[in-house]
Ligand binder design. Structure first.
Ligand code: SAM
Length: 194
């Protein structure tokens, strides 16, 4: 069983868009208590339950304490926006690149809509900047945000790096009216500057 209801948001997104495949390397940012990582472990075959299929990997990272998730590497009490965390993640990855970058990260909401929007968008930008460095060609990027004026600009930036960008409002998140997920598919890495 899943550690929290959020699991059903990722299940809904993946059942519709098929982003998680056996063999994929997944980075799950804002992973606590761990339900997205649980879903990802199964769907990328990180425990090798399907002996015929490729085995994937899942790395889950969160600011908060987190219990281990079988099949995943968990970096708890780590801020994804910190250089030290990004270095830890890179060293866990080694030479492998991320196929599916997930962010369900959310700040503690203040209740002031415009402020919460700005704070979560900052997280989205930092996540994307890091993602661009660690994602494989053709990777998928999914991130949660609370809707507001900065969303359109963020989508435009995603469109520079990805072939397709979709806005998803899972049925499982209907109770949180401002929440949407952006799904960006088919990443093209930027050409390195000389
Ligand atoms: N997807 C998770 C699941 O299914 O179990 C639920 C994630 S919860 C909605 C959002 C999480 O984002 C919180 O646990 C919070 O600690 C984390 N978070 C917020 N800012 C973060 C940051 N800068 N670095 C890492 N995690 C962060």
């Amino acid at each position: 069983s899943y550690r929290c209801r959020s699991a059903f948001k990722l299940i809904e997104i993946d059942d519709k868009y098929h982003i998680l495949k056996p063999g994929h390397v997944v980075l799950d940012c804002g992973a606590a208590p761990g339900s997205w990582s649980q879903v990802a472990v199964r769907r990328v075959n990180a425990l090798g339950d399907d002996s015929e299929a490729l085995m994937g990997r899942v790395i889950g990272v969160d600011l908060q304490h987190m219990n281990t998730v079988p099949g995943a590497v968990i970096l708890k009490e780590c801020d994804v926006t910190a250089d030290s965390t990004q270095q830890k993640i890179s060293s866990v990855l080694g030479k492998t690149k991320v196929n599916v970058f997930l962010s369900d990260m959310a700040p503690n909401a203040t209740g002031i809509k415009s402020m919460d929007h700005e704070i979560i968008m900052q997280l989205c930008y930092v996540a994307l900047t890091f993602a661009i460095r660690v994602m494989a060609r053709q990777a998928t990027f999914v991130c949660k945000l609370w809707q507001g004026p900065e969303q359109r600009r963020f989508e435009a930036i995603l469109e520079q790096y990805f072939e397709q960008v979709k806005i998803i409002k899972p049925r499982a998140s209907r109770s949180d009216s401002a929440e949407v997920f952006l799904l960006a598919k088919n990443f093209t890495p930027p050409t390195p500057k000389k």
